[in-house]
Each structure stands twice: as C-alpha cells, then as structure tokens.
Design a protein around this ligand. Structure first.
Ligand SMILES: [Zn+2]
Length: 304
C-alpha cells in the first residue's frame, strides 16, 4: 500500500468517526427532545391535541403513514357497525351471544327480533325466504377457504393466485362477516343456488326493497368489488341496525364508505407494497453493515 493510500484510509476512518460522533450527538439531542415532548404530551393528555401535531404526523415518512392507516380511519365502535373484510380481520377477542333461528342457524341475539320481523313480513306478502348460511366459527371458514383454494389449484392456478382468487369468493378465515353472527346468506324458495340468478327471485326483489326497514343491507352490491373486496352477492345480507340501514340504502353506498374505511383494493395494495419493501430491505445491506465492512477492511490494511 502506498503512503497516499494509507493517508486516504486514515482520512476515511477519521471522517467515519466524525460522522458517527455527529450521529450520536444528534441522537442524544433527539432523545432529549423526545423526552420533552413526552412530558408535554403527558401534561396535556386529556386536552385536545393542537392542529400542529397532526400536521407533523402528515409530514412524516411514507412508511409511518402506511403504519398509521388503521388509526387514521377512525372506524366507529358500535357493535352493529363493526367492519370485517379482507383488510379488517375480526378482533381476536370478539365474543358474541348467539340465538337460534332454526335449521341449525344462529344470529347475534341483538339482531334476532328484527330478523324475525323481516321473515314474517315477507311471508305475509307471499314471499318465502330461507337462510342458507349464518354464523360461522373460524374452523368452518378455514375449511371452506381451503377447499376453494384447492379447487383453483386443480384448475391449474399457481398456489399464490389460487389464494387470491379464492379470497374474492370465500373470505379468508378471520375476515368473514359470518364470524360476527350479523351476516346471513338468504335465498328465495323458488331458487336456492348462491349465484347471480338469485337477483331475479321474488325473495331478492322483496329484500332489496324492504330489508333496510329491518336493519339489513345488501352487503356486496354489483360493481363494488374494488371497495368491498368481494364479488357481487345478491344473497349476502348484513345487519347494521335500523338507522344505518336506512342511511346506507338511501345513499346507495357500501358499509366501507359509510364507516369511512378505505376501499379493500387500496388496503390490499398497501399491504403488498409493504411486503415488497420488507423484501427489498432484507436484500440491501444496511448502512451499519457497510460501515462494519469498511472498518474491517481498514484494520486489515493497517497490518500490511
Ligand atoms: Zn355470506
């Protein structure tokens, strides 16, 4: 190694040390600021946060923003408005008191009376509707989902795309509204298949007109898959309570829009982007590792 090279190396080591020192100083200063902020925050805990703080959050890194997505939505906590979809899994500790509605089906006890009233009103008008699916526990959903994935794999799809396809038809376990006991698949007496032809039945036509009067909405309307994450299902009805059902029906919107949640397609795209970023982060050596490599190299060279 020439003298000039050695000098360069020494200079490099020196500047590295300076950068590290500066970093440490900054870190200490930052920690102090953080501590101050925490103290101030504690002091104003119960009062309203100033607008400035919210603006600062907006200016934060994109990564932080995507982490905060869930909090930013401020979803309502009402039991009847709880949102469960592909980007909003059911809370792990979710508990529900169920009531039997016949033929082995169960519904959230709080929606029972409105459900009974709806079935009876339909019957009075000569419309006979039947529940084919109601509350499902996690095991049942896992079973349904796995079978669907398998059927796509058999059709020649890759496992990944089979999972994606299956997720649009059968909810991924933990993301089905049926876990809530607030969702019902309802068919008409004259046609009992769960497909788009269900919309031509007397039962569906009656429900489209009247279900809101009993607190139920058509949960996955035609053309709203981007928002709901689920294909058009003219049989899946969801209890949201009388007031919300009226407002949602009048406005012609989805539950996602009503509670102010992001469209499922957007949430899924964000999740995929996060996954991609994680993978890239693993592939690119971190600055620390680069520094370590330089240091080792330098020390070795000094022994020359
Ligand atoms: Zn359903």
């Amino acid at each position: 190694m020439t003298g000039r090279q050695k000098k360069r190396l020494l200079a490099l080591t020196g500047s590295l040390a300076m950068v590290i020192c500066a970093g440490m100083a900054l870190g200490t200063a930052y920690a102090q600021t953080m501590e101050q902020e925490q103290q101030e925050e504690a002091a104003v805990q119960s009062s309203v946060l100033p607008d400035v703080l919210e603006e600062e959050t907006l200016e934060d890194t994109e990564e932080k923003l995507s982490d905060d997505t869930q909090e930013e939505e401020h979803l309502p906590e009402d039991w009847n408005l709880i949102l469960v979809n592909r980007t909003h899994p059911i809370p792990e500790d979710y508990q529900v008191e169920l009531k039997n509605i016949g033929s082995g089906h169960q519904i959230d006890a709080r929606a029972y009376d409105d459900f009974r009233a709806m079935i009876q009103a339909a019957k009075r008008e000569g419309v006979y509707i039947y529940v084919t699916s109601s509350y499902r526990d996690l095991d049942k959903q896992t079973d349904l989902y796995n079978k669907k994935v398998e059927s796509y794999v058999m059709q020649g799809y890759s496992y990944e795309s089979a999972k994606r396809q299956a997720g649009q038809v059968v909810a991924v376990p933990g993301t089905s509204e049926h876990h809530l006991g607030l969702a019902l698949d309802i068919v008409s007496s004259e046609y009992r298949k769960l497909d788009e032809k269900q919309e031509e039945t007397k039962g569906f036509q009656w429900l489209s007109e009247h279900s809101w009067e009993y607190g139920f909405i058509l949960r996955y309307p035609n053309g709203e898959t981007e928002i709901t994450g689920i294909i058009y299902e003219p049989w899946h009805f969801r209890y949201v309570g009388l007031e919300a059902a009226k407002e949602i029906t009048e406005a012609g919107i989805t539950l996602e829009e009503y509670v102010g949640a992001k469209p499922v397609s957007e949430g899924l795209a964000a999740l995929e982007e996060q996954e991609r970023q994680k993978k890239t982060a693993v592939q690119t050596p971190s600055l620390e590792r680069q520094e370590g490599y330089l240091k080792e190299d330098t020390e070795e060279n000094l022994y020359e």
